[in-house]
Design a protein around this ligand. Sequence first.
Ligand SMILES: Nc1ncnc2c1ncn2[C@@H]1O[C@H](COP(=O)(O)OP(=O)(O)OP(=O)(O)O)[C@@H](O)[C@H]1O
Length: 231
Amino acid sequence: MLEVKNMNLHYGASQALYNVNLKCEIGKVTCLLGRNGVGKSSTLRSITGQHPASSGEIIYDNKLINQMSSEIRAKNGIASVPQGREIFSQLTVHENLMTGFSALPRKQRKIDSEIYDLFPVLKDMLHRRGGDLSGGQQQQLAIARALVMKPKLLVLDEPTEGIQPSIIKDIQFVIGYLRDQGEMSILLVEQFFEFAWDLADDLTVLDRGQVVLSGAKATLDKEKVRQAVMV
Ligand SMILES: Nc1ncnc2c1ncn2[C@@H]1O[C@H](COP(=O)(O)OP(=O)(O)OP(=O)(O)O)[C@@H](O)[C@H]1O
């Protein structure tokens, strides 16, 4: 579904990623792990089209998408839950959800009831402003907004960051549920090791812009992976 091959990425003269390889398959959660500043968000940005790869191939749905704008990538089913959530604080919950419509053809612009089944709190707060929600509720809203786009590839950047444990559990359930539906690939960047390990089917660990460990969870040693990401 998504394959990144030998990707390099620069910010001006400074290189952030070196020959990164990554695969995300349908019906699986792929976790991208690593310490602060090793290039996890940069990898996601190159996949969503927010920052160009300098070289290498990003292949999605059998197409090379390196040159595709982020809007067209979204229309093709790549949805992102950004670090820090980026909720519109002045818009209501409902209006925030509707911003996901921009990636959909007119006929499909509808919020499936499944989204409210997954996040009942959002249904109760539809007319509240995004800025009035707690951090955990905003994170749920950010995930729901991405699901409104009916993604085929869901990219999440540190969804547990700053979130209380009960909501982390809810988010873990939702990601596991989405994976088990078998219709999308999920790429998860996470610092919370146990959360990532529990959800992962496949893992890739970055260090200083390079892949240092990668494979199916069943083939990897948990303690080795933990050591590689420990701060
Ligand atoms: N906009 C930018 N301009 C210049 N350098 C940047 C920019 N964004 C990131 N970098 C640098 O690129 C490297 C990788 O950063 P990136 O944010 O991808 O890491 P990360 O693993 O996601 O870190 P974190 O866990 O802290 O979010 C770091 O050295 C960072 O300083």
